[in-house]
Design a binder for this molecule. Sequence first.
Ligand SMILES: Nc1nc2c(ncn2[C@@H]2O[C@H](COP(=O)(O)OP(=O)(O)OP(=O)(O)O)[C@@H](O)[C@H]2O)c(=O)[nH]1
Length: 262
Amino acid sequence: NWAYERELDNLLWKIDYKDIQVNEYTPTTASGKASRSLHPFIRTSQVSLSSNPESDFRYSTIYTRIGIYRGRICAIKRLRKKCIDITRKMKKEMKTIRDLQFDNLNPFVGACVDPPNICIITEYCSRGSMKDILENEDVKLDNMFIASLIGDIVRAMIFLHDSSIRSHGNLKSSNCLVDSRWVVKITDFGLHELKSGSDLGEDSTDLEKQCERFMWRAPELLRNPDSPPCGTQKGDVYSFAIILYEVLGRNGPYGRIDMTPS
Ligand SMILES: Nc1nc2c(ncn2[C@@H]2O[C@H](COP(=O)(O)OP(=O)(O)OP(=O)(O)O)[C@@H](O)[C@H]2O)c(=O)[nH]1
């Protein structure tokens, strides 16, 4: 109808990259090596678990590229695309994702679509991801804590599967973010039209990195060369089981294996 069409054309999700105060520093990792500039991780435990990482970012662990937009700290996911054609399909998916609000889903703030800055802007979760937490030996996980984290993922996935998004397609521990109140918020769902055609970026030559993303993917999807980017609900259940295994073993998605990707 008319109101719907008008909302699609308003492009309320569109963000001008110039309006984001981008944090352009390149921090170093625990080993002292400069980390990847695109996703500047500091994996050392520089902030005590009881402190509030949002109170002073100079002393906080920063897990991804961040910026400040309209006074809010946001995560910036760059897409390696040369240009974007804003189709009606894309406008619809932007509206869908903007309208999707749930405690355990990481809110979508907007997107920059003017080359060369093509990126997705989401709210920043200050505790990192489940992957970061599981890798951090300083974080002790008791059963209550585990139940709370897993419960959040379950709630998010039930909501997502019941929504018009239907399935996640890339559920993995690094996409389960943890906010300052230790609430898990799932990220990286939907927006397949926007993400399509985006290459893997600086990691594309690193076979290990490329293969890592397949570790949460269900065998039937791995075998299918035409598997949809949105995945399937059954595939999400498989990915969820791999996350459970990661939580129990704290040794990655397949435990300790000495195999190299080929
Ligand atoms: N702390 C924190 N980390 C984030 C946030 N958003 C993304 N990250 C982390 O940033 C890293 C890079 O995220 P992405 O750009 O989505 O890339 P990826 O998850 O490695 O790979 P794909 O999702 O498969 O493209 C991941 O390890 C995420 O855990 C956030 O809001 N807060």
